[in-house]
Every structure is written in C-alpha cells, then in structure tokens.
Design a protein around this ligand. Structure first.
Ligand SMILES: [Zn+2]
Length: 263
C-alpha cells in the first residue's frame, strides 16, 4: 500500500525545474498520492493546476497561510470560493494563526482565519490548519466553527501535550512531519504520537521545508521532498511501537476518509 503525503508544497519554486523527477522518486519510495498545499491566492491556483495535471495522484487545498493574511482581499476571497468548488480541491487551507514570526498583524490573521473557516462551512469542506505559538487564540476561534466543519486537521503539529489533547477533544486530526526527527526541538513528539488514535493520525513532509534531520546522507541542497515520507513513517511507527505496514495502512485509511479520496 502506498503512502499519502498530506502536506506537499509542490508549487514552491524549488520544484519548478524537476517536479516530474520528484514525483517519480516519490513513487519509487512508496508515496503514491500527495495533497498539494495552497498557501496563497496564486499558490492555490497553481496547486489546482498541478492536481489537474496528475489526476488521481495529486490533489489540492485552497487557502491563505497566516504569513500572507495581510494580502487577503475580496478578490482573494472570491478566488478561494471558486477553487473550493473544484473537484480536485479537497480542503480549505492552509489557514490558521502563526504568532512565531508575525509576518501579518495578529488581528488580521484572526480575521482572515475566520473568513476561510466560513468558506469551509459554506462548502461543507474539511480544513487544513496551521498553528504556531498561537494555540489559545487558535482554539478559541476553531471552537466556534468546529460543529459546522466536517473535519479539521492541525497540520505539522509541533506543540505541547496539552495542545494535542485540546485538538483531540475537538475531534481534530493531527498531521505529523519530520519535525519529530529533530532532536533539538521535536523530541517531545516521540512520546506524544503514541496518544494520537490511528484514525486521527496523518503523515506529511511539508516539503520543501523541514527536511528530517535523521536522513542519511542529507541531500546537499537540504530540500525536503515527498519521497522522504517513508522515512518519517518509519520513525513514527517505531515511536508508536507498531510496524511500518500497520502505520501505512491506518494512515492511508484515515487520509482517504478525511480528504474523501476513495481507495
Ligand atoms: Zn504550515
């Protein structure tokens, strides 16, 4: 059974030259399907085009990352609503709050997060969520919408056990990346992944970001890509005390249900 990478930023410029080779390597390493993250208006349009060009293999999300919240205007809102209606687009996002870098003012991040949650409610779609250093505001907003959302994944979860339990209590899914391989800042995740029920756990690379620090040899350009999802799967399976095959099967089942992919 082939893995599904739920967070691949394949519209990133670092993939412009060799995307076909990247996809071929993913296949070789047992990564069959990928959800291409839409993180801006233009990026979401691009993600849809990639999904259309690789039907059944690539799918897309449509959203605006909190870093870009400052750019969100009515035209962006209209674009995201149009994209949400496309069959290749399987979730609204990436959206959420990022108080780590504050590239956009916090009040604007909150307003733009709510507008995108509104689109997901309107179209009955799952949401692909980003939260960094903003758990309290993030969960307060998400709580107001959760009952009206079919499903929600907190992607690239890196936060504390308390935050994890808050999300699981809200019946959220959790996306785990190669951050777990970072012995400096991800070691706590090795225990926490045991607390995530199999039917709430999904796997992602967040490529080209977050190259797992345990990859040997590390690629010279430090670019992460979907083929490394197999390595991340192996690490998480070991931490959970289960076989790679078991984690592959459960995560694929969970992901197919979340994004309505069929099997
Ligand atoms: Zn993110």
């Amino acid at each position: 059974m082939d893995l599904i990478d739920i967070g691949a930023n394949l519209t990133h410029e670092s993939f412009h030259q060799d995307l076909d080779a990247v996809l071929a390597r993913a296949t070789t390493h047992g990564v069959g399907r990928m959800i291409v993250t839409g993180a801006s208006r233009e990026g979401s349009e691009h993600a849809l085009l990639l999904a259309r060009a690789s039907e059944g293999r690539l799918f897309a999300t449509a959203g605006v990352h909190p870093h870009h919240a400052i750019d969100y205007d009515e035209a962006t809102h209209d674009t995201l609503r149009r994209l949400a209606a496309e069959p290749e687009v399987r979730a609204v996002g990436e959206t959420g709050l990022d108080y780590n870098r504050n590239f956009s003012p916090r009040d604007i991040q909150r307003a733009v997060f709510e507008r995108q949650l509104g689109i997901a409610v309107e179209f009955g779609m799952p949401v692909f969520l980003h939260q960094r250093d903003a758990h309290e505001d993030f969960i307060a907003i998400l709580r107001q919408y959760r009952d009206r959302l079919p499903a929600a994944v907190v992607h690239c979860f890196t936060d504390t056990g308390e935050a994890l339990r808050d999300y699981l209590d809200l019946d959220c899914h959790i996306g785990i990346t190669g951050w777990i391989c970072d012995e400096r800042r991800g070691a706590h995740l090795r225990d926490l992944v045991r607390e995530i029920p199999a039917n709430r756990l999904m796997l992602e690379t967040d490529a080209p970001y977050l190259l797992p620090r345990t990859i040997r040899p590390a690629p010279k350009d430090r670019r992460n890509e979907p083929m490394y999802l197999a390595h991340i799967r192996d690490e998480i399976a070991r931490d959970r005390g289960e076989s790679p095959e078991t984690l592959t099967a459960s995560s694929v089942r969970t992901t197919e249900a979340f994004f309505n992919l069929g099997s």
